[in-house]
Design a protein around this ligand. Structure first.
Ligand code: GLA
Length: 367
């Protein structure tokens, strides 16, 4: 820590899984994410300059960001500049600091390494400015950085989960009201993540297209968001849309219904019904939202066929990244090994895989 003029304060923000509720956040719908025990760490100390000097251990890179000239530069430091810009827009009195970043959230795996970085930075910058921000504000500023500086038109799920996670619980977040309920997870079940090892070069372009298609469908149906359409009104809504937009609409409306049902299954301890809902979510993402790719479908099928798996599906925006599977904790290691071995035989390399635990959201680490 020889780089720091003063004694740094250290902040952490977790990555996230999403149990169910995909491509629903930007449609004003429900999602069910949980923060996980893979964290991004940010150490920060004031430097009495009008600049942020930042070092990334993961990228082995450094950058200097002029606080009086914040603009996207098309590089990794945009995450840092973007968070600073959102905070300044919101009237938070940011001043110069030295920042060191080290993240254990795997990059490009669909577990929100970017959100974890943005949220950790937002916690660090607000705390250094003496501002005690609530988790929703932190999530909004982090999302704004991603939307405006990184150029990814994401919803709020990832940043919200990272900022507001609760230990051993999922969050059932209504993205229209931004109200979340805490849903305790069953202690004898675990979530397994297996990376498909596919990184789709056009993922963010495809994501933007899906988002635009949903917005057009909402407009055609005269609603603000597709999330406003009740499941009972779906048949008539579908009749009012051309085939393509109708599929997107069907995914969104049925996926929101699956999240609502899943919250009930969780509180009733009906884990096999939760698993079935995860399987149905995958089919809808593959067939109606059309955001899966062939290797991911193959990995999901392998997981679903593995004895002991309650349910499995693609996770996140799509076109690659991790698959999530739900299994009894006592068998989790063996089940993970089986899935990894079968998928490795298919793709010719061992995929990254891990079992995760739900943790609390971002905060300062008191050393
Ligand atoms: C990405 C985005 C989220 C959400 C998911 C799909 O992770 O960052 O906002 O839209 O895709 O559910």
């Amino acid at each position: 820590m020889g780089r720091f003029g003063g004694r740094p304060r250290v902040f952490q923000a977790p990555g996230r899984i999403n149990i169910i509720g995909e491509h629903t956040d930007y449609n004003g719908g429900l999602v069910m994410p949980a923060a996980i025990d893979r964290r991004c760490i940010v150490a920060a100390a004031p430097n009495r300059q009008r600049a942020i000097n930042v070092v990334s251990r993961n990228l082995n890179a450094e950058a200097r960001i002029d606080l009086d000239r914040l603009a996207p530069a098309g590089e990794w430091a945009d995450y840092v500049a973007g968070v600073a810009a959102s905070l300044i827009n919101a009237g938070v009195p940011i001043s110069g600091c030295d920042v060191w970043i080290d993240s254990a959230v795997p990059i490009g795996a669909g577990v929100s390494s970017s959100a974890a970085l943005e949220v950790a930075l937002a916690r660090a910058f607000t705390s250094l400015a003496g501002v005690d921000a609530d988790g929703l504000s932190i999530a909004r500023w982090a999302q704004e950085a991603e939307n405006k500086f990184v150029g990814m038109p994401c919803g709020i799920m990832d940043q919200f989960a990272s900022a507001n996670g609760v230990e051993n619980c999922a969050l059932v977040l209504d993205c229209r009201t931004l109200k979340a309920e805490v849903a305790p997870l069953p202690p004898d079940f675990s979530f397994l993540l297996v990376n498909s090892m596919v990184r789709h070069a056009h993922a963010s372009g495809e994501y933007r297209r899906r988002r635009e298609e949903c917005e057009l469908a909402a407009k055609a149906l005269n609603v603000k968001d597709l999330g406003e359409i009740a499941e009972s009104a779906l048949p008539s809504a579908l009749r009012g849309l051309p085939a393509g937009p109708a599929k997107r609409c069907r995914h969104v409306v049925t996926e929101i219904a699956r999240v609502r049902a899943s919250a009930k299954y969780l509180s009733a301890g009906n884990i096999s019904a939760l698993g079935q809902a995860m399987n149905a979510s995958h089919a809808s993402l593959r067939d109606d939202m059309e955001v899966s790719v062939e290797p991911v479908d193959a990995l999901v099928a392998i997981a679903q066929e593995t004895p002991g798996v309650m349910g499995a599906r693609m996770m996140g925006g799509g076109f690659g990244g991790c698959v999530i599977a739900l299994a009894q904790s006592t068998d989790a290691d063996r089940i993970l090994e089986t899935i990894v071995a079968r998928y490795a035989a298919r793709i010719g390399e061992a995929p990254d895989a891990f079992i995760c635990r739900a943790v609390g959201g971002a905060g300062e680490m008191l050393l």
